[in-house]
Design a protein around this ligand. Structure first.
Ligand code: PMP
Length: 375
């Protein structure tokens, strides 16, 4: 039978407690949400929703084509200008997802004969970018500028180091200054995925590279997603105009993909303007994360100290992590559950996201439920 081999894989997955299933969310579910990536609580903000609606009314339900044909509207150009300006880069290019933006940045900047040095804890989209790139990839130890330096030192030719700024599993931050230093010693470029930094870190949420003094550098390229702090959908690459022009001409996930839907662009632009007007939202998301961590630790749970808005809590086994998350849900709390293969070290976790709009009472309730349902 053509797909018979799938059954064997499904059985191994079941035995390891690693089966994944979809759970459609009902509108207006009364669960307390510590699972989404809506860090600033903007997805349902009236201005963001209106930004999406206005864009759809003006431009239609879709962008109608690839960016180089009909899929670039004035709205896309406006979003790119404002995003680049906000984060402190010369130019930006919007993609239909952060995943596509990462594939674009890595593949287009790693030609034949080049070296890509990739952090061992990088997101799957950066890993896939490395797999698709024509250059050779070397995986460097997690958050270790010396490992990057060592990998770069033996190479002659174009090179880039790629890293998340905030790692999605444990919420720890990359040593950006050290990475930039290692790259500069060897004339290599640095590609940073700021998916979890934009809107949370840096002055008013301008992101981790901005906080590290790397914004606008001619050897730094940043990727972001519009689907977390900006409450929308889509992704972008930010960097020197020279690099952005190169992506327009060379990045396959830009050239052969339909442009971002206008509603998503409109929502992201509205969220960006809101964030500029209300910069305190970023600091509030960080404060909520710190409070969550303090309370979880006080309750005797093994939580990783958060550098941004992701708070990770270790679970004893994949099965217990799944049951723990299910018990939380039954008690009215939605939390994320990370298991292999989504965790590079194989350790299962509950993954909580701090939202800027969580109240003190909600934080207290979340920690109580997690404590009471622990395996
Ligand atoms: N990079 C990181 C670090 C992420 O966590 C994610 C989303 N899970 C992405 C990239 C992909 O972004 P998107 O969901 O917009 O495709």
């Amino acid at each position: 039978m053509a797909f018979g081999w799938i059954d064997g894989q499904a059985e191994s997955r079941r035995r390891a407690g690693l089966v994944r299933t979809l759970r459609p969310r009902a509108a207006g579910t009364p669960l307390l949400d510590l699972a989404s990536n809506d860090y600033l609580g903007l997805t349902r903000h009236p201005e963001v929703v209106e930004g999406a609606a206005r864009a759809a009314r003006t431009w239609g339900g879709g962008s109608t084509g690839s960016r180089l044909v009909t899929g670039t509207t004035e709205l896309h150009a406006e979003l790119e200008r404002e995003l680049a300006g906000f984060c402190g880069f010369e130019a930006a290019l919007v993609f239909s997802s952060g995943y596509a933006a990462n594939l674009a940045a890595v593949t287009a900047l790693a030609p034949h004969g080049s070296l890509v040095v990739s952090d061992a804890g990088n997101h799957a989209s950066l890993i896939d970018g490395c797999r698709l790139a024509r250059g050779t990839t070397q995986v460097a130890a997690h958050a270790d500028p010396d490992a990057v330096r060592k990998a770069l030192s033996g190479h002659d030719g174009p090179a880039v180091a790629v890293s998340d700024t905030v790692f999605s599993v444990d919420g720890d931050a990359a040593p950006l200054a050290g990475l930039a230093g290692a790259c500069r010693e060897h004339g290599a470029g640095l590609v940073l995925d700021d998916a979890h930094g934009l809107g949370v870190l840096g002055d008013g949420g301008r992101g981790a590279p901005h906080a590290a003094g790397l914004a606008g550098a001619d050897d730094v390229v940043v990727t972001v997603t519009l689907s977390k702090s900006l409450g929308s959908q889509g992704g972008a690459v930010l960097g020197p105009s020279r690099v952005i022009d190169h992506l327009v001409n060379a990045a396959r996930t830009f050239i052969f993909d339909t442009g971002l839907a206008p509603a998503a662009a409109g929502a992201a632009l509205a969220a960006l303007r809101l964030l500029r007007r209300e910069p305190g939202r970023a600091a509030r998301a960080r404060a909520v994360a710190r409070e969550l961590h303090t309370r979880l630790t006080a309750a005797g749970l093994e939580a990783v100290r958060p550098d941004a808005a992701v708070v990770s809590v270790r679970a004893p086994s994949p099965e217990q992590a799944v049951r723990w998350a299910a018990d939380c849900r039954a008690a009215g709390l939605s939390v994320g559950c990370f298991r292999p293969p989504s965790v590079p070290d194989g350790i299962p976790r509950l993954r909580l996201t701090a939202r800027a709009d969580l109240s003190g009472a909600e934080i207290e309730r979340a920690v109580r439920v997690i404590g009471e349902t622990r395996p």
